[in-house]
Design a protein around this ligand. Structure first.
Ligand code: CAA
Length: 381
């Protein structure tokens, strides 16, 4: 059921589905095995307009909405979660803050090349000592004439090694705590931008997560995003949208686990019948189906609110929390349904299991999503 998707939204979903089946079904396996960044696939995404889905056409984007974006991420994630990570970090974490908080000049300078896929984006908030407690970041930005000079270290930055444009958060006034943080658009070819490590991870191998160091990185004053002191708010608003992308990615991984399980359960014989005949398996398949559908509905609600320009903090946290935990459960059950084969590389379900886990961690752990939801339902936010 399409639940009132518009023709345009269905077309975006179908284009992504076709592309994923044709290109990612095999390249996803290769990307996972080699850990190689999928350069050609990312170029394809750019050509198809998928790297600028919700960017208006006047900045060379596809001019679609956040629902189309979420549906696209889901389809891509069904075949390759790493590619979905690259896409969503670029779109919701790097393009959106430019669109939402950038000046006209900043939008014109950065968005067209990003939307066409000529320049990839990243979002540099997290630091070694500041993950869940994002306001505890230590990177400093000191004013020096028409420049800010940035020094500090960032951790786990998706697309860090490949990005040409980065949204970087740093303290311009340490005494003000979270109200002293500011956001900057940084051209990563600037001297002082260093990629110091690429993490070896459990999953999403093709999406590279980097440690970055800034050593006297000089950023022009005109690249301040919003005003001084607005950085934390910009980061939180960005994550409201980013979490919708991660939730959609989780729906895609969960769906992949379910589809693989349905196929296997129909083929695998035990005790004289396909295992799909047994209630033990049927109940797992039923629970997986319900949870994935419910997760998608939460994603679509959050995406519609985002598109309407309404605050969606709680709804995007609910979508991410539920979808990521549903994806993890689905992947776990998919391995169980596949038995010993599920633990081997012969089947894709072991990858789904490894890829699903990250959705419970990045862009705010499940514990952080519960805090956000609780503070909203309690009315303390
Ligand atoms: N929208 C707008 N404003 C918001 C907001 C939102 N969603 N959330 C908070 N704010 C505002 C508050 O209104 C408050 O404003 P005032 O200055 O007027 O008081 C201010 O921000 C501070 O709010 P809190 O006191 O609630 O902030 P906190 O320090 O307690 O932190 C938190 C809240 C929810 C725990 C937040 O720190 C958080 O989301 N942590 C997780 C960080 C995270 O998700 N990191 C992921 C990084 S990106 C990634 O993983 C992927 C990658 O590729 C790098």
């Amino acid at each position: 059921m399409d639940l009132d998707l518009t023709e345009q939204q269905r077309a975006a979903r179908d284009t992504a589905r076709r592309f994923a089946r044709e290109k990612l079904a095999s390249s996803g396996v290769e990307t996972d095995r080699t850990h190689r960044f999928p350069t050609e696939i990312v170029a394809d995404l750019g050509r198809l307009g998928m790297l600028g889905i919700f960017i208006p056409e006047r900045y060379s984007g596809a001019g679609l909405d956040h629902v189309s974006y979420a549906l696209t991420v889901e389809e891509i994630a069904v075949e390759c979660a790493a590619t979905a990570t690259i896409l969503s970090a670029h779109s919701s974490l790097a393009e959106w803050p430019l669109l939402g908080a950038g000046t006209e000049r900043q939008k014109e300078s950065f968005l067209p090349a990003m939307a066409r896929g000529e320049k990839l984006g990243c979002f540099a908030l997290t630091e070694p000592q500041a993950g869940s407690d994002a306001a505890a970041l230590k990177t400093r930005a000191l004013r020096d004439g028409d420049y800010y000079v940035l020094n500090g270290t960032k951790n786990f930055i998706t697309n860090g090694p490949q990005a040409s444009v980065a949204i970087v958060f740093a303290a311009t006034d340490v005494a003000q705590g979270h109200r002293g943080l500011s956001a900057f658009v940084v051209d990563t070819s600037t001297p002082g931008w260093q990629v110091t490590r690429i993490e070896e991870k459990m999953g999403i191998h093709g999406a590279h997560s980097a440690q970055l160091s800034f050593v006297d990185l000089r950023v022009p004053r005109e690249n301040l995003l919003g005003e001084e002191g607005q950085g934390f708010k910009i980061a939180m608003q960005t994550l409201d949208g980013g979490r919708i992308g991660i939730a959609a990615q989780a729906v895609g991984i969960g769906r992949a686990a379910l589809e693989a399980s349905l196929k296997y359960a129909g083929e695998r014989q035990a005790f004289g019948a396909p295992i799909a005949k047994y209630q033990a398996i049927q109940w797992k398949l039923a629970d997986m189906s319900v949870e994935i559908d419910a997760a998608r509905l939460l994603v679509l609600r959050a995406a519609r609110l985002k598109e309407a320009g309404e605050r969606c903090t709680m709804q995007s946290s609910m979508a991410k929390l539920f979808a990521s935990e549903a994806a993890m459960r689905a992947a776990l059950e998919a391995v169980q349904i596949h038995g010993g084969y599920g633990y081997t590389r012969e089947f894709k379900v072991e990858r789904y299991f490894r890829d699903a886990k990250i959705t419970e961690l990045y862009e705010g752990t499940s514990e952080i999503q519960r805090l956000v939801i609780a503070s909203n339902v309690l009315g303390t936010r």
